[in-house]
Design a protein around this ligand. Structure first.
Ligand SMILES: [Cu+2]
Length: 273
């Protein structure tokens, strides 16, 4: 079982282990390599086969939970010691502190939405963007120009909302926890951070920036906090059944082939430190 730690708590060895495994997965030429994860996120950004699996829907949280676990398992093939860390943006709020250090995710892009200049992912020679919504082959960031980092009180206001999600089960849902986390409803934790990092992170191919996975790990941790408070049982997820275009609790999350219900209690697979 894995323990997911804060990016600020990683040792130098743990940082270099994660960077090394990400680069090995990027260099893998076939199968579920790094670019497969980028392509899958792009393909599932909007409706697939009549279902909103990944975004603007109740299954936003379980879909990304499985997506992160699939990536984590793919990284463990190269280094079993790797567990995904989370970027707690309520405490690590600097453009040069964790996770944006030169031995880890690297720093900001140049000149507003330009290429990242420092760290292991700077420049297309170190980290080539192959699958993208735009043409640049180097990783770009535009930190602080848009969006904002949520505060711990923003997170607290979300965790106390007892209802998982409400009709119409999308980006216009006016209540529930999920849309407050995803971004359609204040405080909109998830979308603000994508925009705050900017560059590739503000596009449908956002997983091109490895910080995507550290951000989403923290989003998953917020859901985990909510679950610790309100329960892991299947009836905590909504809708329970019978809603078209929405992944109900007993329906399958594609392309992963697992039900929402099977994702809810993560404690046998990993916990958060
Ligand atoms: Cu996201």
């Amino acid at each position: 079982m894995g323990t997911r730690k804060s990016v600020a708590a990683l040792t130098a060895t743990e940082r270099s282990n994660l960077v090394g495994a990400l680069k090995a997965l990027k260099a893998q030429s076939t199968g579920r390599n790094y670019d497969w994860f980028v392509r899958t996120h792009m393909n599932y950004f909007s409706t697939v086969d009549g279902h909103d699996y990944a975004h603007h829907s109740p299954s936003f949280l379980p879909w990304h939970r499985v997506y992160l676990q699939e990536l984590e398992n793919a990284l463990k093939v190269f280094n079993p010691a790797v567990d995904l860390p989370y970027w707690d943006w309520t405490t690590n709020r600097s453009t040069s502190g964790p996770p944006f250090t030169s031995d880890f995710m690297g720093g900001n892009g140049s000149g507003g939405n330009g290429p990242v200049l420092t760290g292991p992912f700077a420049g297309s020679g170190n980290w080539r963007i192959n699958v993208s919504a735009t043409s640049s082959t180097a990783l770009r960031r535009a930190m602080t120009l848009r969006g904002s980092l949520p505060t711990s009180s923003d997170v607290d206001t979300v965790v106390v909302v007892s209802t998982y999600d409400v009709e119409p089960w999308g980006s216009s849902s006016s209540g529930g926890m999920r849309n407050r986390v995803e971004g359609g409803l204040a405080p909109g934790l998830h979308g603000r951070v994508h925009n705050w990092v900017g560059g590739h992170m503000a596009q449908t191919d956002s997983p091109n920036d490895p910080v995507f996975f550290l951000h989403h790990c923290n989003i998953d941790r917020v859901w985990s906090r909510w679950q610790a408070r309100w329960g892991y049982d299947a009836d905590r997820y909504l809708p329970g059944g019978g809603v078209e275009n929405v992944v109900d609790v007993d329906e399958v999350l594609e392309p992963f082939g697992v039900t929402v219900a099977s994702t809810l209690d993560h404690r046998g697979a990993y916990t958060y430190a």
